[in-house]
Every structure is written in structure tokens, then in C-alpha cells.
Write a protein that binds this ligand. Sequence first.
Ligand code: IPE
Ligand code: IPE
Ligand code: MG
Length: 267
Amino acid sequence: MTLEKFIPISNLELFQEIDKNKIPKHVAIIMDGNGRWATKKGLPRSSGHNKGVSVLKEIIKVSKNLGCKILTVYAFSTENWIRPAKEVDFLLRLFEKVLKKEIKEIHQESIKIKFIGDLSPFPDSLKSILYRSEAITKDNKNFTLNVCVNYGGRQEIVKVAKELAYKSFSGEINPSEVDEKLFNSKLLTQGIKDPELLIRTSGEKRISNFLLWQLAYSEIYISDVLWPDFNEFEFLKAIIDYQSRNRRFGGIESLPNESFEDSYCSS
Ligand code: IPE
Ligand code: IPE
Ligand code: MG
């Protein structure tokens, strides 16, 4: 089904178009556009971030109900520190406030929450609620929510390279043992399957240092909708679009009755 030919009128209609056997298990989202959303409305950027939180709550619910198992969201990048101190401060306080308020419900919903990134520069009060939330929910099995905070893909890769270099130097491993599997096992996302689908909102066509290793073969869906306006409808559209993709992983589409012929050699 192509979305161009189909102008849906309701979430239910979209929902019915979804192949329940082809739901991506892991969806990653770059939640972008909070500031522009607020500015457009003549509001301070902070109100865009506030609205963004309620959208995230909705998307957690929708993805979980649909059968996704892992949602990984980009909440604060290693580059976001260069924003005005007032905005950074607001965001850190928002993370703390939201977690304190929501952790009980997250746990009741059997959601395991994990924070991916370098938490060390955060204030102690924030660090403690981040660690506490992870500890409380660590055995939950229904769904995993990974929140990338102070996360940068390049930094993550350099960290692994450094660790492996030290291990080689000390003789703990042989340099020839370094392969994709070993490297992958040292990433902050160790044990987590790569995302099948990456969604970025606000129309920007870049990955902004997000999961550089893990997104190697993810399908990318760009939504022009700003994150605070994103919703179930837009998420379902992304899933339908994903289901129309032909994932080849470097191979070729297998078509019956078609065999490879080298036309150059045989002519
Ligand atoms: C995404 O929205 C949230 C964070 C990066 C924390 P932005 O704050 O980047 O919003 P825009 O892109 O400036 O509109
Ligand atoms: C990416 O958005 C980071 C998050 C959503 C947390 P940015 O707004 O920081 O990215 P750029 O600056 O547009 O690349
Ligand atoms: Mg942005």
C-alpha cells in the first residue's frame, strides 16, 4: 500500500492497514522540533519541550500496544550542551521532574527504562533518579524504553576503541580478536538488537550523532511534523511506510524465475 494513494481519515483505518506480523521490534526516534514548534506559536522553547514529553508518553503507549518491544529515544545529545545555559538547565530539570512523576506508572506498565549516554556530568539529584528508575524497572519484561541522554555516537565508538586498545596493550586480548561482535558487545547498547526503524521528526534529514553504529541497516523515516505535534496517527504512518520497504542488507531482492546473467560476458 502506498500512502499517496490512500488518504486515511482515522487512526483505526491506518491501524487496519498494518501487517501485525511485520511490526518492527525496535524503533528509534530523534524527537526533534520542540523549539520551532514553540517559536511558531509565540511561546518560549521550554513549552515545546513540555509538550514533547506528553507526545513521548503517547508514543510509548502506541508502540507498546502495537507489539514493538523496544523504543529508543534521543532526548539530549553530547552537542546539546552548547545551547544557552538556561535551556540546558531547563531540560535537565524537566528530565528529573518527569521521571519523578512518571516512574510509578512506567513500572506498573512493566516497562524497563534504561539511560544510554555519559551520565557523569549530570547533577547528583538527576543521576540518582536515573539510576533509581533503572534499578526499579530492571526486571520488567513487557517493553524497554531506552532514553539517550548526553549521548553521542562518535563518543561511544571512541570509548569502545579506547577500551579495546587498552585491553590489547595489557595483553588481555589479542588485537586480532577485535571484530564486529566484540566491538558491538562493548557499546552502551550491548545486548540490545539494532533498531529496524529510525524516525526523525521536524523534517531534518540527518542523524545528528545518534546511534552511528547501530543504525547501519535501519530503515529511515523522516516526518515533517514537529515532535510536539507528532502523534499516534503519524507513528502508524511511519510503521506502514516501514512495512513497504524492501530490506536487502546489501543483497538483492529474491524474485522467483529470475537468474543472474552476466550480459557482458555472454554477449
Ligand atoms: C528536540 O527539539 C529536543 C532536544 C534537542 C532536546 P529541539 O530543541 O532541537 O527543537 P528545534 O529543532 O530547535 O526546533
Ligand atoms: C538531535 O536534535 C538531538 C535530540 C533530538 C536530542 P538537535 O536539534 O540537537 O540536532 P541538530 O542540531 O538539528 O542536528
Ligand atoms: Mg533540533
